[in-house]
Design a protein around this ligand. Structure first.
Ligand code: HEM
Length: 489
């Protein structure tokens, strides 16, 4: 309580005596016009921002055009902003390119904090929760068994599994969303993934983010931006067709389709939502919520699975330990999510991969809705806040040997706590799919490690690179692996 009173006092203090009396935020020298643009053009931004924290401290500022960004690099500071002061920092920055990909700021992930946004998020949250309770476990198990067959079909050949992981994760979401699943070779799936992938990687590229900070550049030809516009139009076309089909077939739906999220979202339309301003949500909200779930729920989970296999190749003895645990606890059967409390080694591997490679390493930028403070520094309204989750997960003050893959740190006596992890962010903007993701990570990993031993591809002289490629999602570089079937029970 005294902390809350202290923070309120500090807040009132800054309102009367703005920034001049507050310590000024440290940060690298800002160049005329460019500001700190060069710092942001780094090709592994999360690790570069983390190295800047070693120089400037766990909170520092960067300038980009007219925008001031504040980068938060420790768990405590990120929690202060996102959880404790969530109502000050729940906004999203308005941006030219963000508007392009989010239908003018109408998506849940990029929409600014407002009554309408709250109603939209609540509608999607309730729909996701209802469908998850009814069918999520079975949907993931089905996709895990399907993935098992795909891996068996490789017949011990080395393969890049990243696309198989993407198809599995995507099928969980499309089954939940529309009651539909696809084969890897399906043209419809290729089209959908093609454009979602392009949008995520183009939007994260410096050629496009430069348009947000330097409006004059918008007048020049920009081929990546033209491609982004084309892919967004393609994405909207695909989703529109799905939603139209879904509505037309409403009376003849199978039970799986009838309980799909689309159904729950559509049922919520037209009714004034439970807000003081009586917001009415429309088809556009259903459209954008579908985009949010597809984008948020596919590449993240798939990237995490690729990281897990990559790390396990580096420490095969950990893979043996998980397999041993699965055999002795499950006695040959496939796991249920409720088994997680009896599988500590598997859970420790999941936590350690989430720590080392939080797949949304910089979360999504937040915006200060009003003047506030973080860690004693004055933060004016409209400051952009970057929660560097990657940095917090490598903070040497919290984690011993922070760069090493050591799942045992999360086992009894290992000294680490999962409470120090923040892979899904926190507060009002906590990942909407956290519960879905946690069940997916557990079941997919348990099924894979029960049925296969992952060994390095014969032709490979070295193990997978563990640095990765960082855009909005932090992905492993492409590698091949042999999935060797384990003997049956
Ligand atoms: C937002 C992480 C899977 C849907 C986020 C954020 C993070 C995150 C860090 C940003 C939080 C912030 O702005 O502070 C992850 C990780 C995942 C995962 C690590 C898996 C390993 C999923 C799944 C779904 C999903 C499966 C959908 C079913 C979303 C949505 C948002 C979001 C819609 C935007 C929330 C908002 O702005 O209010 N996620 N996510 N995510 N995620 Fe996830």
């Amino acid at each position: 309580q005294s902390a809350a009173v202290g923070s309120r006092l500090l807040h009132s203090f800054y309102q009367f005596f703005p920034c001049s009396l507050s310590p000024s935020l440290p940060g690298p020298l800002s160049l005329p016009l460019l500001g700190n643009m060069l710092e942001l053009a780094h090709d592994h931004l999360p690790s570069h921002l983390t190295s800047l924290a070693r120089r400037y401290g766990n909170i520092y500022r960067l300038k980009c055009g007219n925008t001031t960004m504040v980068v938060l690099n420790s768990g405590d500071i990120i929690r202060e902003a996102l959880v404790k002061k969530w109502s000050d920092f729940a906004g999203r920055p308005h941006s030219y390119t963000g508007d392009v990909v989010s239908g003018g700021g109408r998506s849940i992930s990029l929409g600014d904090y407002s009554e309408e946004w709250r109603a939209h998020r609540r509608l999607a949250h309730n729909a996701l929760q209802r469908c998850s309770q009814q069918s999520l476990h079975g949907v993931i198990q089905k996709q895990a068994l399907h993935l098992r067959q795909v891996l068996l079909d490789y017949n011990g050949r080395a393969a890049d599994l990243s696309e198989d992981f993407t198809v599995a994760a995507s099928n969980v979401i499309t089954t939940l969303a529309f009651g539909k699943e696809y084969e890897k070779s399906s043209a419809e799936l290729q089209r959908l993934h093609g454009c979602l992938n392009e949008i995520v990687s183009l939007w994260g590229s410096p050629w496009i983010s430069a348009l947000d900070s330097f409006p004059l550049l918008r007048k020049l030809p920009n081929p990546p931006f033209s491609r982004l516009l084309k892919e967004v139009a393609r994405r909207d076309d695909i989703i529109r067709t799905h939603l139209d089909e879904y509505k037309m077939q409403a009376p003849s739906k199978t039970s799986e389709e009838a309980i799909a999220i689309t159904s729950a979202l559509l049922n919520g339309l037209g009714k004034p939502q439970d807000t003081t301003q009586g917001v009415v949500l429309t088809d556009t909200h259903v459209h954008m919520a579908t985009v949010d779930l597809l984008i948020g729920g596919t590449e993240t989970t798939a990237a995490w699975l690729s990281w897990t296999v990559a790390f396990l190749l580096h420490r095969p003895e950990v893979q043996y330990r998980v397999y041993d645990e699965l055999c002795s606890v499950l006695d040959g059967r496939y796991p249920q999510y409720s088994d997680r409390h009896r599988l500590p080694v598997l859970c420790a591997v999941i936590s350690e991969v989430l720590r080392l490679r939080p797949v949304a390493p910089l979360a999504v930028p937040h915006r200060a809705i009003r003047d506030s403070s973080i860690a004693g520094y004055f933060i004016p309204k409209n400051t952009v806040i970057i929660p560097n989750l990657f940095g917090a997960h490598h903070d040497p003050a919290v984690w011993t040997d922070p760069y090493a893959f050591k799942p045992e740190r999360f086992l009894e006596g290992g000294g680490a706590s999962t409470r120090a992890l923040l892979p899904f962010g926190g507060g009002a903007r906590l990942c909407l799919g956290e519960a879905v993701a946690k069940m997916e990570l557990f079941l997919f990993t348990a099924y894979l490690l029960r049925d296969f031993q992952f060994v390095p591809a014969e032709s490979q002289t070295s193990l997978p690179d563990l640095t990765g490629v960082a855009s909005v999602v932090l992905k492993a570089k492409a590698y091949t692996v042999i999935a060797r079937p384990r003997p049956g029970p």
